[in-house]
Design a protein around this ligand. Structure first.
Ligand SMILES: Nc1ccn([C@@H]2O[C@H](COP(=O)(O)O)[C@@H](O)[C@H]2O)c(=O)n1
Ligand SMILES: C[C@@]1(CO)OP(=O)(O)OP(=O)(O)OC[C@H]1O
Length: 157
């Protein structure tokens, strides 16, 4: 059996925060606000995996109301999602799109791919990271935040 899941997340920019995308810290004067490290890319991937497995969503497993997830490293959250998947599923592939006017994702694409693959314990060839601007439209176009979409496919062992 094969199952797919979709994930979406968005976080607003905030001064004095670290900018962490796809498990990679990008040197920047501002980052994204959130209860955790606000890694919007890993959150979208977590939701895609949970969706494919029929296990709800990230907020269900790591509620923002719980102090233990404050400033959490989203790679740790994603590792926990992989544990939740159990032995039943193999991650066939993960594909993510970052929607941001800034920063340029291209220079960080391979590092993100490697970080995501290592966190999911799969080969980098099963991971793809893409990016697009929002063509200056809406809140993303005004540079107020970053969104990410992800799709994941699980194959039964
Ligand atoms: N934050 C971003 C946005 C885009 N890119 C790369 O630029 C290409 C063109 O973007 P458009 O929004 O004009 O379609 C896109 O395909 C990406 O390769 C990027 O690296 N970082
Ligand atoms: C990751 C969690 C952890 O509490 O908090 P946030 O960093 O605010 O991120 P969000 O995408 O809103 O997902 C909910 C939470 O699970």
């Amino acid at each position: 059996m094969i199952r797919t899941g979709i994930g979406y997340d968005v976080h607003p920019f905030s001064e004095g925060r670290r900018l962490v995308l796809g498990g990679v810290e990008i040197p920047a004067e501002r980052g994204l606000a959130g209860h955790s490290d606000a890694d919007v890319v890993l959150h979208a991937i977590a939701d895609a995996l949970l969706g494919a497995a029929g296990l709800g969503d990230i907020g269900l497993h790591f509620p923002p109301s719980e102090p233990r997830w404050r400033d959490a490293d989203s790679r740790d959250l994603l590792r926990r999602v992989v544990q939740l998947l159990g032995e039943q599923w193999v991650i066939a592939n993960v594909d993510a799109t970052v929607i941001a006017e800034w920063p340029r994702i291209g220079p960080h694409r391979e590092a993100m791919r490697a970080a995501i693959a290592a966190t999911l314990r799969i080969e980098p060839g099963r991971v793809n990271v893409k990016a697009t601007t929002n063509e200056a439209l809406g809140f993303i176009g005004r540079g107020e935040g970053i969104a990410a979409l992800a799709i994941a496919t699980l194959q039964q062992r």
